[in-house]
Every structure is written in structure tokens, then in C-alpha cells.
Ligand binder design. Structure first.
Ligand code: FMN
Length: 168
């Protein structure tokens, strides 16, 4: 089996974030997807070892931002290669909150949506959260970053906790 076949799948890059009391987390995902229009629902797929996964589960809501091509590797590194348990990902950058109280950064974000978790599905290493969209805002006209752009232009790597990670 050639698992590189799955590299042909297209996806975008997102930051999913959530806040539960004093605890919050945020991480890069490439598994944001619109599921339905009525009701308006999206999914995110988050590794159980990511701090953000537990925060979404406890909070019952999350924010989802589509990353733009303005994002550089330090930005991706902040949200995608470091953990919220050891590092405050929102320190030192502009921060806002959705109507559901989840933090996000408008920098390098094409849009933000506020979602209430309406279903969860345990798929082993990851949890799928289905979110009903409670609010949505366009933040920028800059091009949303695709996973292909991340690989080809930023020369970015796929970390082990990403759904698409395949060990060499
Ligand atoms: C390009 C890229 C794609 C990623 N895709 C996912 C994903 O779809 N799901 C996931 O759980 N983690 C994904 N990750 C990994 C998390 O962003 C990473 O483990 C992060 O450090 C977790 O932070 P946290 O512990 O604060 O939640 C991805 C990272 C990158 C750089």
C-alpha cells in the first residue's frame, strides 16, 4: 500500500481553539471541514494528546480560524509545534474572543467561526468534534492557506499528532 496516495487529498490549514474556565488551548489542524449548511455544521479532528482536545471536550465549544498565506513558519510553529501546557500561545499577539468565549488571534486569519459541539466521535488517536456554527465573521481577503502551499512554499513538515502524519 502506498500511503503517499493520501498526500493527494486537498485541505486547508486552521487554528482551532477553546477556553474552559482558566484553561485554554489552540492548535493548527488541517482537518477543518464544512459538513452541512442547514444547520450550519463543521468538523475538526483533534489528537487526544493535544492539550486543545481536552479543553474542547470540557468547554463544549470552540473557535475555528482559517489561516491565510500571510502566516510564516514562526506563526505555524507557535500553534502547530508547541503545546499550550508549556507555552501561552496567545501571549504577545493580538487576541480576541468569540461570542462563545473562545480566544483566537485575528492575525493571519481569513475568518473566524464560533461553534458549539453537538456531536463527538472517538476515532482512536483522534476525536472528531462536530460543531454547530453560532457566529461567523470574515476577517481578511488574503488567500486561505492550503496544505499543499504549506508543503511546497513554506516547506513545512507534518508533526506526529496531525491526522495526516505517516511515519517514514
Ligand atoms: C501542518 C499541521 C497540521 C496539523 N494537523 C493536525 C490535525 O489535523 N489534528 C491535530 O490534532 N493536530 C494537528 N497538528 C498538530 C498540532 O497542531 C500540534 O500537536 C500542537 O502542538 C498541539 O498543541 P496543543 O497541545 O496546545 O493542543 C498539525 C500541525 C501542523 C503543523
Amino acid at each position: 500500500m502506498d500511503t503517499k496516495a493520501l498526500f493527494k487529498f486537498s485541505s486547508g490549514l486552521y487554528v482551532v481553539s477553546a477556553k474552559d474556565g482558566d484553561d485554554y488551548g489552540a492548535c493548527v489542524i488541517n482537518t477543518g471541514l464544512q459538513l452541512t449548511s442547514e444547520p450550519l455544521q463543521v468538523q475538526v479532528v483533534v489528537n487526544k494528546q493535544n492539550h486543545t482536545e481536552g479543553v474542547i471536550e470540557r468547554a463544549g465549544h470552540f473557535a475555528l480560524c482559517a489561516i491565510t498565506e500571510e502566516a510564516d513558519m514562526p506563526y505555524i510553529g507557535r500553534f502547530g509545534f508547541r503545546t499550550s501546557t508549556a507555552f501561552d500561545k496567545f501571549a504577545g499577539i493580538e487576541c480576541a474572543e468569540t461570542v462563545l468565549g473562545d480566544p483566537y488571534t485575528p492575525a493571519c486569519a481569513a475568518c473566524v467561526i464560533a461553534c458549539k459541539v453537538v456531536q463527538t466521535l472517538d476515532v482512536g488517536t483522534h476525536m472528531i468534534f462536530v460543531g454547530e456554527v453560532k457566529d461567523a465573521e470574515v476577517l481578511s481577503d488574503a488567500a486561505p492557506m492550503t496544505y499543499a502551499y504549506y508543503h511546497s512554499t513554506l516547506k513545512g513538515k507534518t508533526p506526529p499528532k496531525a491526522s495526516s502524519y505517516v511515519a517514514e
